[in-house]
Design a protein around this ligand. Structure first.
Ligand SMILES: Nc1ncnc2c1ncn2[C@@H]1O[C@H](COP(=O)(O)OP(=O)(O)OP(=O)(O)O)[C@@H](O)[C@H]1O
Ligand SMILES: [Mg+2]
Length: 388
């Protein structure tokens, strides 16, 4: 049971050195098992426990020992506890015990408790404790957090927020949100606003095909849901068609929405869509979210979270934590994604929400991350400000 738990908790059963094996062989009866897990067999005395434990603790491959005892006709649990306890501070290696048998080992357990040796009724829990000790040690050894900040245009963002507040607008759509995040160093696709299909055409030609067209309306936050986004527009004919379609669809879905026009955008081709988000918790401040998947995010639910401000290490861990991280590194000959740019985007987002506590929600969906060295582009963003 203990050995199975070792595997389950992703620890390793130590392999003893040749020297330890030889010594155990000469110490123990021939039918004993001298390999890990060691079985000192049913007629073991307290003394045999003591000698075996001492040998094992001296093995350089061993980091800690779990001593298991079940009641037998010969064992004295009290004496065994005393002997085990006398060795527990050897080499600074932790010794845990699992004396099983409740009443019949009660005296032994009392001794263990008085010597501050944790005893577990079930060996699995002892193994779990080893796992926790190992995690804690890793945490203690982790490099100290480092923080990185960027030069940004904070003033500009202040102005944008002030303007929105004045208009009683607390949900900022793509147009305003674009300006905010680009002030914090995010790359955004070229974009031109068009009032008419004729203007749209001029814009598309200026940007260069293929383009993306999106509805612009203060009342529409999820543009796709109302048929308000068209991607992969290749020519003049398609621009005109898309203009009519987008405005008509949006009107149809939301008759009372104010439609300002359509934005024509540079189409970002080739890249992985990820989402970056932030929500504000009244107790803990901003919680930053990261996930892969663009439109599939709600289905995959493969996301990671950290509280802002993010350290560089936090950002790295957030990326590595999601189970689809392998997709970012590239599968089957794909070029790896620009992880460095993605890390920087997470840190810039963290800086933005930390500078502006009034942001209660922000998402960049999608951020399109290109191949290594080519950066990332924020194709859509949304910001919600605190009212008042
Ligand atoms: N400039 C662009 N280049 C390439 N693809 C784009 C671009 N803009 C949008 N897209 C694609 O179209 C999808 C929908 O666009 P967008 O995110 O702007 O709409 P949305 O309805 O507001 O989305 P959501 O509500 O899910 O945030 C994106 O997820 C992306 O796949
Ligand atoms: Mg979007």
């Amino acid at each position: 049971m203990a050995a199975d738990a070792v595997e389950r908790y992703k620890l390793n059963l130590a392999s003893f050195t040749k020297e330890t094996q030889d010594k155990l062989r000469s110490l123990l009866p021939t039918i004993a098992s001298i390999y890990n897990p060691v079985d000192i067999i049913g007629d073991a005395s307290a003394d045999r426990y003591h000698k075996s434990l001492e040998l094992i603790l001296n093995d350089p491959n061993v980091d800690g020992v779990l001593v298991i005892l079940t009641p037998t006709a010969v064992i004295d649990s009290r004496e065994t506890a005393e002997k085990v306890a006398s060795l527990t501070s050897m080499n600074g290696k932790p010794v845990l015990t699992s004396f099983m048998g409740k009443v019949s080992v009660e005296k032994g357990i009392k001794i263990l408790q008085s010597k501050k040796i944790p005893n577990y009724n079930y060996p699995e829990n002892a193994v779990k404790a080893f796992r926790t000790m190992s995690d804690y040690q890793k945490w203690l050894n982790a490099p100290v957090s480092s923080y990185q900040t960027f030069k940004t245009r904070k003033k500009k963002v202040q102005t944008i927020f002030a303007k929105s507040r004045k208009k009683n607008l607390f949900n900022l759509g793509e147009q305003e949100a674009r300006e905010v995040i680009s002030s914090y160093g995010f790359r955004i696709p070229k974009s031109i606003f068009a009032l008419t299909s004729k203007e749209a055409l001029t814009a598309a030609e200026q940007i260069g095909y293929p383009v993306v067209m999106k509805i612009v309306s203060p009342d529409i936050l999820h543009k796709t849901d109302v048929g308000g986004v068209r991607v992969g527009i290749e020519n003049a004919h398609q621009v005109e068609e898309a203009f009519l379609e987008i405005t008509a669809h949006s009107k149809q879905y939301l008759p009372r929405a104010t439609i300002l026009g359509v934005s024509i955008q540079e189409m970002i081709v080739e890249g992985k869509e990820v989402i970056l988000g932030a929500t504000k918790d009244t107790q803990f401040g901003h919680l930053i979210m990261f996930g892969l998947g663009g439109i599939y995010i709600e289905v995959l639910k493969d996301v990671s979270f950290r509280l802002a401000p993010l350290s560089v290490e936090d950002a790295d861990q957030m990326m590595r934590e999601i189970s689809s991280f392998a997709l970012l590194r590239g599968v089957r000959g794909e070029r790896p994604t620009d992880i460095g740019a993605l890390r920087e985007c997470l840190l810039r987002l963290s800086q933005l929400v930390t500078d502006f506590p009034a942001i209660i929600e922000l998402d960049i969906n999608p951020l399109i991350v290109k191949a290594e060295g080519e950066g990332a582009v924020a194709a859509d963003a949304r910001i919600t400000l605190e009212e008042g």
